[in-house]
Design a protein around this ligand. Structure first.
Ligand SMILES: *Cc1c(COP(=O)(O)O)cnc(C)c1O
Length: 448
């Protein structure tokens, strides 16, 4: 046990209490070979392969029901693009140096749901539909899944309900997919959810229940109501393994894209990945998949709002789902609606304990600064929550804690010059035009 790292972690928690932007180096990080065996017991290679295979089986259905998936042959996958102009602009705007190349993983533009939730959320709904159809004799193994795009199947699935608690995007992905399959679907939305997300869901025939309280309450109520109905299935973002698997599948696909673009990942060519975290499921699943593929050559960092760093707290304090940002005097309130989860996932904070490299917190005002900078340099617009990820490359070589991380992990100046940084853009393509304009014009006081 490295005392110095634990002391450093304690100091980071102090800056979190003071509502300052901070960087955290995970003192419990371990070389992947030491944790692989334990990880396998929770989520194995086979589990991820099964998830990939299930998504392939559903591709014929997706191609039919969602024409926008046809270019990818029914797979829901996003582009990986280099954003050199943004890299330079960040440095000019006063970030730390960003040595190496900077890429954007555009899950913001995933088909169907326009966010990273199109991975996990849709996967879990498909898995549930498959299970019901097979058990109900509506589908024989080996039969084409185009059958899910037929009226008899929709009538069959219409006898069942799917429910979920959400800050917005998970509800969109679960709602849109469940409705397309014929399920009755109820989305329990927290107070943070944006109006346009609720309107969009209602337009698709989804029942939206609104809560004046936060995300934990929406999940709790959804879980309770679902349990009372034997025909109802609850997608439990606070501990779901299927969601996690859907996210983990991203890793193999990303590896294919990196190879295609001639990017090598090894000791001399590290991969650094920055992902915004809400409850932890999406960044956790992606990180887990990447660690399995690249081991110690990939370094994964989460980014959370200054007022809502629940995954950081749950992992750093090892209080897991019992951690709550309010215990640190924080409000949990943030413009980053997708990240407004005051307590993190039980399962993800545990599995990330030895895998996560570290985390950053970011002020809300910066989300809009990054949003504008990205739009100005690359012509891309993503949603504010998703802009949090830029704090990673911006602060990596500026913050003392992550500079120390680099020093301890062989990320010298020479090695970092060969690095590839990936900013995971987690949402944005469904944002309506008028709200995009509002985001571009929104400037918060710098201390907010
Ligand atoms: C949900 C979401 C995240 C974080 O995912 P979690 O699984 O909640 O950690 C990040 N960005 C956006 C835009 C999201 O919708």
């Amino acid at each position: 046990m490295n005392e110095a790292l634990f002391d450093q972690s304690e100091r980071t928690l102090e800056t979190i209490r003071r509502r300052q932007e901070t960087a955290w180096q995970n003192p419990r990080w371990l070389p992947f070979d030491l944790v692989r065996g334990l990880c396998d017991l929770v989520v194995s290679e086979q589990d991820i392969a099964d998830a990939e295979a299930r998504l392939s089986r559903f591709a014929p259905f997706l191609r039919r029901a969602f024409p926008e998936t046809r270019p990818e042959n029914g797979l829901i996958e996003s582009p990986l693009v280099e954003i050199e102009a943004m890299r330079q602009a960040l440095e000019q705007a006063g970030s730390g140096p960003i040595p190496g190349r900077l890429f954007l993983k555009k899950d913001s533009h995933l088909a169907i749901a326009g966010s990273v939730k199109a991975r996990g959320g849709i996967y879990e709904v498909l898995q549930h539909a498959e299970e019901l159809a097979l058990a109900g004799g509506m589908l024989a193994p080996g039969e084409s899944y185009e059958k899910f795009d037929t009226d008899p199947m929709r009538a069959f699935l219409g006898r069942y309900t799917v429910q979920v608690g959400s800050t917005g995007n998970l509800g969109l992905s679960i709602g849109i997919m469940s409705a397309a399959l014929g399920f009755r679907v109820i989305v329990h939305m927290s107070a943070d959810a944006k109006q346009w997300k609720k309107d969009l869901l209602r337009s698709k025939g989804v029942e939206v229940i609104e809560y004046a309280q936060d995300y934990s309450k929406a999940v709790e109520e959804g879980r309770r109501q679902s349990q009372a109905d034997p025909a109802s299935y609850f997608v439990d973002d606070e501990k779901s393994v299927p969601l996690f698997l859907g996210y983990a599948v991203a890793a193999g696909r990303l590896a294919g894209q990196l190879a295609q673009q001639g990017v090598t990942v090894d000791e001399q060519h590290p991969l650094l990945v920055y992902i915004p975290a809400g409850v932890g499921g999406a960044p956790g699943g992606v990180t887990y998949g990447l660690k399995r593929l690249y081991g110690d050559h990939v370094h994964c960092f989460f980014v959370e709002p200054v007022e809502c760093p629940s995954v950081l707290l749950g992992t750093a304090t090892q209080r897991f789902e019992k951690a709550n940002v309010r215990d640190y005097g924080l409000t949990g309130k943030t413009e980053a609606d997708g990240l407004a989860c005051a307590s993190p996932s039980s399962f993800v904070t545990r599995i990330m304990t030895n895998l996560l490299s570290g985390a950053f917190t970011v002020r809300d005002s910066r989300l809009y600064d990054y949003l504008r900078l990205l739009y100005g340099t690359q012509g891309e617009q993503i949603e504010p929550s998703s802009c949090a990820a830029f704090q990673g490359p911006a602060a990596l070589c500026r913050a003392e804690e992550t500079r120390d991380y680099c020093a301890r992990h062989g990320l010298t100046e020479t090695v970092l010059a060969n690095a590839v940084h990936i900013v995971w853009a987690t949402g944005g393509s469904l944002v309506p035009e008028d709200i995009r304009a509002e985001y571009l014009a929104r400037v918060l006081p710098a201390d907010q």
